[in-house]
Design a protein. Structure first.
Length: 246
């Protein structure tokens, strides 16, 4: 387990407007900061928690990207989400008091660990904190429903176009370019997440590039025609995160 380390407080964190401290006063942020455990960075490939582990905490991503996976009864692994800075991991463990999936660092990742028992106690004293927690949990449900619609699409171009648009929106929310970004996840991961063969992912990226919609150079993607990409998906709403079923 990663050893604790000292990092900045919630009140000084640039992600506070996207995380649990949203709308909290400075004294309330100080109270929240008092229950948060700061951990050393997780290296690429390290697990933050594993499917079936006892649910003890939720995690806020401070830097880097995390993927979540589930393994079914046949031993098949399905990627269920990619999490960006400012987003919360582990909320789905609340239902049965065990984590429903495994969270894995896709690159060097920094996290804030929030013990749920302490968070629950504090949210009873801070109504705005409880409301924000409920909003996060509600967004989980909305994202699951939205992603089910995406997976129901038969076109690989629709699925991949939706995926790129959602990445664009999230990078924009973090203050980065909405049209030029790096795909931290592999083509294999993208295919697993979208229910596509890796060959289909590569072939579809090539098709979109040939049509002048995007430009791909390794892991770097540039969206050249946002309207053209959006035309593949007429009902794309900004997500809190990319999730499939958990």
């Amino acid at each position: 387990m990663n050893a604790p380390m000292s990092i900045q407080s919630c009140g000084n964190c640039g992600l506070s407007s996207m995380c649990l401290p949203l709308a909290l006063t400075q004294p309330e942020m100080t109270q929240l900061d008092g229950i948060i455990k700061k951990s050393a960075p997780y290296r690429r490939g390290e697990s933050i928690f594993r499917q079936g582990d006892a649910f003890t905490s939720i995690y806020a991503v401070r830097a880097g990207m995390v993927k979540t996976t589930v393994v079914n009864a046949l031993g098949e692994e399905q990627i269920t989400g990619f999490y960006f800075p400012g987003e919360l991991l582990g909320l789905n463990g609340l239902h049965e008091n065990v984590y429903a999936g495994t969270a894995i660092a896709l690159e060097t990742v920094s996290l804030c660990e929030i013990p749920f028992v302490k968070l629950d106690e504090l949210s009873a004293l801070l109504p705005e904190l409880r409301r924000q927690l409920m909003r996060q949990m509600s967004q989980e449900i909305a994202d699951e429903q939205n992603m089910m619609l995406v997976l129901a699409k038969t076109s690989a171009e629709e699925k991949l176009g939706n995926f790129l648009i959602r990445l664009s929106l999230r990078f924009k929310r973090l203050g980065f370019s909405a049209t030029q970004f790096r795909l931290t996840m592999s083509r294999v991961d993208i295919g697993n997440y979208l229910g596509l063969a890796v060959e289909t992912v590569s072939r579809t990226l090539t098709k979109l590039q040939q049509r002048g919609v995007i430009k791909v150079a390794g892991k770097e993607v540039t969206i050249l025609d946002m309207d053209g990409l959006s035309g593949l998906n007429r009902n794309v709403d900004e997500p809190a995160k990319l999730v499939v079923v958990g």
